[in-house]
Design a protein around this ligand. Structure first.
Ligand SMILES: *[C@@H]1O[C@H](CO)[C@@H](O)[C@H](O)[C@H]1NC(C)=O
Ligand SMILES: *[C@@H]1O[C@H](CO)[C@@H](O)[C@H](O)[C@H]1NC(C)=O
Ligand SMILES: *[C@@H]1O[C@H](CO)[C@@H](O)[C@H](O)[C@H]1NC(C)=O
Ligand SMILES: *[C@@H]1O[C@H](CO)[C@@H](O)[C@H](O)[C@H]1NC(C)=O
Ligand SMILES: *[C@@H]1O[C@H](CO)[C@@H](O)[C@H](O)[C@H]1NC(C)=O
Length: 365
């Protein structure tokens, strides 16, 4: 099984953003000075483009992106949408908002955050304003249950380290787990995906889905039961000597998106359980498809505290092969001081590898 989330989300965003004429960016062609920040979706811009998801290695400078707001443990609920803001209006104050809407629409009802999918909005995606750099993240949620509709709960870093829970279409008694290193699947035979079956209907019942992401082990847990464990040691890619294991600060993302649409590749449609039926009685009755998030609990892994630490940044390491994640006390606000007050202590997490090496070399020149 190969997760197609990485294919699906850009589809979603292309529809939503209408950015056909925007400058694109990647590691080999970083953004220009006029629009220095490379967004999660590979478009150059200013302002909110420099906040969550901004890829430092595809941006004008390593420092073009604002620092990643540091992890904060807590139990996040949705009595209303006051802690959620449209990403285009967000200015970087993670003390005011816990989530940004990257596209689509949300509503708060009966303690749930409803993520909607309509033929027009092409689905909804929200991201946490803060990052997790290792930690345990649990979400109590109900999935969609319709052919072609995908519900997802993932962690995603600015350089595409990713850990997934996904619920495709009509398969309401299973959950799928997956992970990526810098957008690439680990050196496993076919893929890094797995199925977890025999759940009570995931659309009708809340389950607690957990991503327990630690420096040496990654575990997926359902209702307190460990269903999968991956050891970093087992992700070594012999050809490059690189551990294809997620190591970089990540946002938490929830989405519901349309995979069963004519624009999707046939494999994606099949994985999603077929084409979406926009005449489904549920859709006609509610005017939307939906997924419900009841609560999100975050337990940050041990990290440095004190000295007014606000954020994580990608700092140039002593070796160009290793981006280094450091803590800083720099402002994460768009209007905060752009120039760092200095990196306060390093936490070395080697993510050496061919891709990274290329990124860093390009950047350095
Ligand atoms: C990077 O972006 C440039 C400019 O859009 C494009 O020509 C090039 O093919 C892209 N490279 C990769 C590896 O995607
Ligand atoms: C989080 O808060 C919700 C609502 O108060 C509660 O039902 C849930 O048990 C809490 N989770 C944890 C892990 O404390
Ligand atoms: C977010 O705000 C922009 C600008 O005001 C607006 O065009 C867009 O429709 C809004 N998106 C959502 C999902 O509310
Ligand atoms: C933390 O910030 C406050 C207010 O800016 C400052 O007075 C204090 O010295 C800072 N503490 C450290 C350890 O930098
Ligand atoms: C930020 O860190 C620098 C370097 O350690 C220190 O000089 C400065 O006082 C700190 N600023 C705040 C607001 O804590």
């Amino acid at each position: 099984m190969r997760s197609l989330l990485a294919i699906g989300l850009p589809i979603l965003v292309a529809f939503l953003a209408g950015q056909a004429d925007a400058t694109t960016c990647n590691a080999t062609t970083p953004c220009p000075l006029s629009d220095p920040c490379c967004s999660e979706y590979g478009f150059c811009g200013k302002g909110h483009f420099c906040l969550g998801g901004c890829n430092p290695f595809a941006s004008k400078e390593l420092e073009s992106c604002k620092p990643n707001p540091i992890c904060q443990s807590g139990n996040f609920t949705f009595p209303d949408t006051s802690r959620v803001i449209n990403s285009t209006l967000y200015e970087g104050d993670a003390a005011k908002h816990d989530w940004v809407i990257e596209g689509g629409n949300v509503e708060a009802r009966n303690g749930d955050l409803i993520l909607t999918l309509t033929e027009n909005d092409k689905g909804t995606k929200i991201s946490s304003t803060r990052y997790v750099h290792y930690g345990t993240i649990s979400a109590r949620l109900k999935t969609g249950k319709w052919a072609g509709v995908i519900t997802a709960f993932i962690t995603m870093s600015d350089i595409k380290d990713e850990v997934d829970w996904e619920w495709p279409g009509t398969a309401v008694t299973e959950a799928q787990s997956n992970f990526f290193w810098q957008g690439v699947i680990p050196p496993f035979e076919q893929s890094a995906g797995d199925y977890h079956r025999e759940l009570s209907d995931t659309s009708a019942n809340y389950h607690d889905y957990t991503i327990d992401w630690q420096p040496e082990t990654l575990r997926w847990i359902i209702d307190g039961r460990v269903v999968r464990t991956v050891n970093k040691a087992d992700t070594l890619d012999a050809a490059t000597g690189v551990y294809r294991y997620p190591t970089t600060p990540s946002r938490i993302q929830f989405s519901i998106w349309p995979a069963g649409i004519p624009e999707s590749p046939p494999g994606t449609v099949e994985w999603a359980g077929g084409m979406i039926n926009w005449n489904d009685p549920d859709y006609l009755a509610a005017g939307r498809f939906y997924a419900l998030i009841n609560s999100v609990t975050i337990q940050c892994a041990n990290q440095r505290t004190g000295a007014n630490l606000t954020s994580y940044v990608y700092a140039s390491g002593n070796s160009v092969t290793e981006p280094v994640i450091s803590y800083t006390n720099r402002s994460t606000h768009l209007k905060g001081s752009a120039v760092g007050l200095g990196v306060v202590g390093g936490m070395h997490r080697a993510i050496a590898g061919a891709v990274t090496l290329l990124l860093v070399i390009v950047h350095a020149f």
